[in-house]
Design a protein around this ligand. Structure first.
Ligand SMILES: [Mn+2]
Length: 327
């Protein structure tokens, strides 16, 4: 007999109900998105924020920085995300934070925390942990929270959740995208999410600066092990020369990974005065282990870490050595 998709979930079903119970008895909720937020973190937070707003539950969506991905500005309540702490909150909800460090600040341990996440590195740091590394995105887990608790998904919530699933699954191309993902997406479209509108707003609003910096980044390409391993970097001055934002060059890594021969690649650049390394792989190379060696984390095929230095060439050599040893 075919079972309902909810039964296949790794997360203990009663935890979804417990999370809602805790939300309903709290007076003020802080929803926390991660450092250098991506679409999954923002959209998971905004889906909850729209639910809370519609139900008159007092809350704020917080990010440690005011530098947000502006291509998400079409999601309802995006303009309400703040880098200011409220005077008082008695519940925290983290979304897509693979380690507690990703919150970007020290949370008072007396405040209960609901942890929504899908990173392998997550060590269940919350009081309630809705964590499943087999899910394509945290937005999928937030969707299950709605479904399991019988909560109504409005058009704004559907749009928000679709954005998270779409972006974090690299437009439905990751292995963790399964029939349950498409089941959810089907419902979200039914509830009013528009796939073409969302794709246009997210993917077709590039800046000119992006096309000025990407050739420079591609020019930095070095190949090792007959092309299986690739590295790229972005020099700090290139951002000044082109007016590009660090997000403008993110696609360079996807482009390198699209080369047939490349099995693993990483990208070094300066973000907020530290060297940030993004590592990607295809198939059986676990790059979360490489990132983990340097205090970072992430997923099997996509991970990252930072180094407290501006010497990107040195960082490139250190990570390259580790990656060559792993493969
Ligand atoms: Mn995610």
């Amino acid at each position: 007999m075919k079972k309902d998709f909810i039964v296949n979930n790794k997360i203990n079903m009663s935890d979804y109900a417990k999370a809602l119970e805790l939300i309903e008895k709290s007076r003020y909720i802080l929803i926390i998105t991660h450092v250098n937020p991506d679409a999954d973190s923002i959209s998971s937070a905004l889906a909850l924020s729209n639910l809370f707003y519609e139900n008159k539950i007092k809350h704020k969506v917080f990010n440690i920085s005011s530098d947000l991905p502006q291509n998400l500005d079409f999601i309802e309540r995006f303009d309400k995300i703040t880098d200011q702490f409220p005077k008082f909150f008695d519940l925290a909800i983290s979304v897509d934070c693979g380690t507690i460090k990703r919150l970007g600040f020290e949370l008072d341990p007396k405040i209960p925390l609901i942890n929504f996440d899908h990173h392998k590195s997550n060590n269940d740091y919350g009081i309630i942990n809705l964590v499943d590394p087999m899910k394509s995105s945290t937005a999928e887990i937030v969707y299950d929270f709605f479904k399991y608790n019988g909560l109504y998904i409005t058009k704004n919530i559907a749009t928000s959740l679709y954005v998270g699933i779409y972006d974090d699954s690299l437009a439905f191309s990751l292995g963790r995208c399964d029939e349950m993902t498409f089941d959810k997406v089907n419902h979200l479209v039914e509830f009013g999410a528009s796939p073409s509108d969302i794709a246009n707003r997210m993917k077709r609003r590039d800046s000119l600066a992006k096309y000025r910096i990407i050739p420079k980044v591609l020019e930095s390409l070095e190949l090792y092990e007959e092309g299986k391993i690739a590295t790229i970097y972005a020099k700090e001055e290139w951002f000044k020369e082109t007016g590009a934002h660090n997000r403008d060059c993110e696609d360079a890594l996807n482009m390198i990974m699209s080369m047939q021969i490349v099995r693993a690649a990483f990208f070094v650049r300066i973000v907020n005065k530290v060297s940030r390394v993004s590592i990607r792989s295809k198939g059986g190379i676990d790059v979360s282990k490489v990132a983990g060696k340097f205090g970072g984390g992430g997923h099997f095929n996509a991970a990252g870490c930072t180094f407290d230095t501006l010497d990107i060439e040195n960082v490139r050599e250190i990570v390259l050595k580790e990656l060559l040893e792993t493969t």
